[in-house]
Structure formats: C-alpha cells, structure tokens
Design a protein around this ligand. Structure first.
Ligand code: NAP
Length: 252
C-alpha cells in the first residue's frame, strides 16, 4: 500500500469496475461502490465493496458516510443513468431520475464532502463526463443534457475546492471499448461478412463525424488519465481532461 485511498462510485460494471481493479494493482486502497449485490470485479479480493443505490435516501447516506469515514485522497464519480432512450415522450419522473444520478447527486455528495473535509490529506475528485454533450439527438438528449449540467456543476465544485484542501476535475470520455459495444459490432461483422475494423470505423463515423479515431478508446487510457489527474494536486482543480477521440471538433 502507498497510503493512498480511493473511492470509485459506480465501480460494479464497465470501465469503473476496471478502474477499481487497476487502482488496487497500483497500490491504492480501494472502495468500489455500485448497486448490484455481487459485482464481477476484476480483482474483487483486493477491493472493499459497498452496495448502495444513490437514488435512495439510505443509499446516499451510506455513500456520504463512507466518504466521511474513509477520508479518501481520490474520489471518482462514475455512476451513470443512461435514461429513457426510446419512449416518444418519457415520463417526467424518468427525466428527473436521470438528472438526479448524473448531475445533482455528484454535485451535492462531493460538495458536502468538500465542505466537511478536515483531513490533512489532499483529496482529488474526478467526475466522469461524456462527449454526448456535443451532439445530442432525440435518443440521447436527456442523458446529454444531464451530463452538460454535470460539467457546469463540476466547475462550480472546483470553485468551492479553491478554499479547501481539494481539487475537482472533469474526465470527459468518448466511446469506450465496452464488451457490449465490441460484441454488438462483432455480430454485425459476422452477419455482413465485413471486417470488424471496417464496421467499427463506419459505426464511429456515423456516431459523430468529428471523431478522429478508428477504434474504441481503451479502459487503460482512462485509468492513466485518472492517475495523471490525481498526481497533479492543486493544478488539477478546474481541469478538463478529454479522452474523446476529438468529439467536439477543433475549437473546444
Ligand atoms: N461506456 C462508454 O462508452 C462511455 C462513453 C463516454 C462516457 N462514459 C461515461 O463513463 C461513465 C461510466 O459509464 P459506463 O458505460 O462504464 O457505465 P455502466 O457500465 O452502466 O456502469 C455504471 C456504474 O454506475 C453504477 N450506478 C448506476 N446507477 C447507480 C445508482 N443509482 N447508485 C449507485 N451506483 C449506480 C452501476 O452500478 P450497477 O451496474 O451495479 O447498477 C455501475 O457500477 C459514465 O459517467 C459515462 O457517462 C462512458
């Protein structure tokens, strides 16, 4: 152990689970948080796991207590709701639930921790965001809008960190090499007889014309970005780290 403590919120699946395992490999004492009871974590033996649903008052309090008691030096907020995507007019309650998990909970939870923070240890907050904010459509609009709100709220959090022993940064990601993404395209490649690399390039081009990548982004690049942000101390406050394949074009 190197005396570094990390809490990864939203670490029972996807790249958050990978991050939890990799941080443990790098010598961090890691608490992984997710909703499911039996996460398939890469190296679960090395991780402490807290099951909590942040949409509920009890779950929120459990995570809030964990942050207070563990006194982490790194907190990654990675929990996400992809929200309603198909319904012609989704119920208002579904839209509110998406905004709650993606924007309001991370802001409130982390701001509360910043305000309570009395530890001598410096704490870095890394808030995972998405390149969806640059190209919303009728399917992704609610998710994208909640992530745009999260981006603004993370800037507000960084402003609060200025007078504390803490820094808040955004890690903005593009399309990741998820098992699900890979399997979906592999199925298309097998069905059409096309090469997987060609199918992937076509898919990325259709998703966002600004992409300058030919394949999905690796989980390992995301981990390295988190470790870099965490190594920067105060200089990471207000930082926007984009690992997004050029999703926003040339100016942003
Ligand atoms: N995947 C991509 O291609 C991509 C691209 C750009 C940005 N991102 C960003 O990367 C982050 C992770 O995305 P992902 O695709 O890896 O997500 P994911 O596989 O769906 O995993 C999300 C994690 O959040 C947890 N979670 C969701 N709702 C929760 C709640 N109410 N309370 C507690 N935990 C909750 C999930 O727990 P359970 O599974 O146990 O419910 C899971 O551990 C998100 O911020 C996303 O916007 C991803």
């Amino acid at each position: 152990m190197n005396g570094k403590k990390a809490i990864v919120i939203g670490a029972s699946h996807g790249w958050g689970a990978f991050l939890g395992g990799r941080l443990a490999e790098e010598g961090w004492e890691v608490t992984a948080i997710g909703r499911r009871s039996k996460p398939d974590l890469p190296d679960s033996a090395a991780l402490r796991y807290l099951q909590a649903d942040l949409a509920t008052a009890d779950g929120y309090q459990d995570v809030e207590r964990e942050l207070r008691e563990q006194a982490p030096t790194l907190v990654v907020y990675n929990a996400v709701s992809y929200g309603p995507r198909d319904a012609k007019l989704p119920p208002l309650a579904d839209l509110e639930a998406t905004f709650k998990i993606n924007a309001l909970v991370p802001y409130h939870l982390l701001l509360n921790h910043v305000n309570q923070e009395s530890s001598a240890e410096f704490c870095t907050y890394v808030v995972t965001n998405s390149d969806s904010i640059y190209h919303a459509n009728k399917y992704s609009g609610i998710y994208a809008a909640s992530k745009a709100a999260l981006r603004v709220l993370t800037a507000a959090l960084a402003s609060a960190c200025q007078s504390h022993h803490a820094a808040a940064a955004t890690l903005l990601l593009g399309p990741l090499a998820d098992k699900e993404n890979f399997e979906k395209l592999q199925e298309v490649a097998e069905r059409t007889g096309a090469d997987l690399s060609v199918v992937t390039r076509r898919y990325l081009g259709k998703s966002n014309q600004a992409y300058v990548i030919n394949s999905f982004l690796s989980y390992e690049s995301c981990v390295k970005s988190v470790l870099t942000i965490a190594s920067l101390g105060r200089d990471a406050n207000g930082m926007l780290c984009k690992v997004d394949g050029g999703s926003s074009g040339s100016l942003v």
